[in-house]
Structures are given as C-alpha cells and as structure tokens.
Design a protein around this ligand. Sequence first.
Ligand code: ATP
Ligand code: MTE
Length: 208
Amino acid sequence: MSDSSPSPTKLPAPARSLAPVKIGIVSISDRASSGVYADQGLPALQDWLTRALQNPITFEPRLIPDEQERISATLIELVDAGCALVLTTGGTGPAPRDVTPEATLAVAHKELPGFGEQMRQISLKFVPTAILSRQVAVVRERALIINLPGQPKAIAETLEGLKDAAGKVLVPGIFAAVPYCIDLIGGPYLETHEAVCKAFRPKSAQRA
Ligand SMILES: Nc1ncnc2c1ncn2[C@@H]1O[C@H](COP(=O)(O)OP(=O)(O)OP(=O)(O)O)[C@@H](O)[C@H]1O
Ligand SMILES: Nc1nc2c(c(=O)[nH]1)N[C@H]1C(S)=C(S)[C@@H](COP(=O)(O)O)O[C@H]1N2
C-alpha cells in the first residue's frame, strides 16, 4: 500500500511574513473637500496601492482644501504618525490655489527630483498638459512623500506607467523605485505584485 501522507518536499512553503506598512493618502481639492463633487482621489489611491502591494497596509486618509499651511501640517502629522509613504493628489498645477509642491518642499529634509521628472515623462504619453504639473517628491525623517496630479486617472498612470496590450512595460511607473527608496531611508521592506508593478532593487538589496 502506498503511503498517502504528504511528502515534506511537497508541503507549501511557509508564508513569509511581510512587514506591515502605514501609508498616508492625501486628497487636496477645494471642491471635493467642500462637497461640490465626490472625492475620487482617496479611493483611487487606496485601490491602486492595495492591488500593487503585498504587505499589509494601514491607510491614513485625509481630504483637505488647497491651503498651504494645512497641507504642510497634514504631511508632518502623517510622518509623525509613522507613515513610511505619503502620497498626495491634487494642487500641483499653475493655478493660484495650486500650492501642493510649495507645501511639500516646506517640510522636506531632502528633495528627490527624479520622481517628478519621471512622472512628467510618463504623463506626456497620456496628455500634452503633463508639463503643467509641478509635482515633487521629498524625504522627511523616515518617510517618502510624493505628489501626484489631481486628475483621478493620473494616479494609476503615474504610479504604474505605460504598458502595451500584452502588459509589457513601455514607460516604467514611479512606484518601481519606491520600495528601494523606502529601504534606504529605514522603512519596512515592501514587496509588490509584479503584474501591477515590478519593483526594482539592486541584487545586493534583495531579500530571499
Ligand atoms: N479629489 C478629486 N476627486 C474627483 N475629481 C477630481 C479631484 N481632484 C481633481 N479632480 C478632477 O481633476 C480635475 C483637475 O484637477 P485639479 O487639481 O486641477 O482641480 P482644481 O481645478 O484645482 O479643483 P479642485 O481643487 O476644486 O478639485 C478637476 O477639475 C476635477 O475634474
Ligand atoms: N498622468 C496624467 N498627468 C497629468 C494629467 C493627467 O490627466 N494625467 N493632467 C495634467 C494637468 S491638465 C494639469 S493642470 C497638471 C496639474 O494637475 P493638478 O493641479 O490637478 O495636480 O497635471 C497634469 N498631469
């Protein structure tokens, strides 16, 4: 009679425990925050991050008007609350009330210009007005803060980049660089779902 007990070699590998991560998501919109229209920024951010990341996520959502002091105070509060990543949406354009980049730079310890440069490159594949977005990314303490444009569809476009119909990456999204950046500033080790976004780390930084 054959032994029906499972061979140890066939047992599924024990699930790796992934570090939890706290993420601040901030929708900056005069009209959404005052109820003129329903906010689509926070749902779009939460949806994309939930699809992209394998780690357990605690979201810290904030919906606020385009007011510089309020934006800076919100960013500081979220970093102090332990967010490793803070994503904002809205207020990056040239209009008088668009002050998200100024509010972000005001709380920066370091600026990372590559994120804004890459987002504008990606967005140019979607809209010629991509160059109107003044978005910045900065490090404050152990947190990475990134501005995304306010148009809700721009959230997935900039984070994920541009793919062809077969899913081949044509222009890498900025999120590919986020996990390694968070390693470097002392945050949790983030792992992504490759079908949504393949994170890049140098071999020496990859964990088994
Ligand atoms: N939070 C949001 N929810 C839904 N749609 C939004 C949101 N933010 C922006 N949009 C849409 O994207 C467009 C461009 O965004 P932008 O940040 O320039 O808005 P805005 O003209 O400054 O107005 P507001 O700050 O009142 O949203 C808006 O006109 C609106 O159609
Ligand atoms: N991917 C992407 N980027 C985009 C857009 C867009 O629709 N998709 N809209 C542009 C427009 S029209 C503006 S005015 C700027 C600034 O937008 P914000 O003020 O909503 O942040 O983002 C630009 N970047």
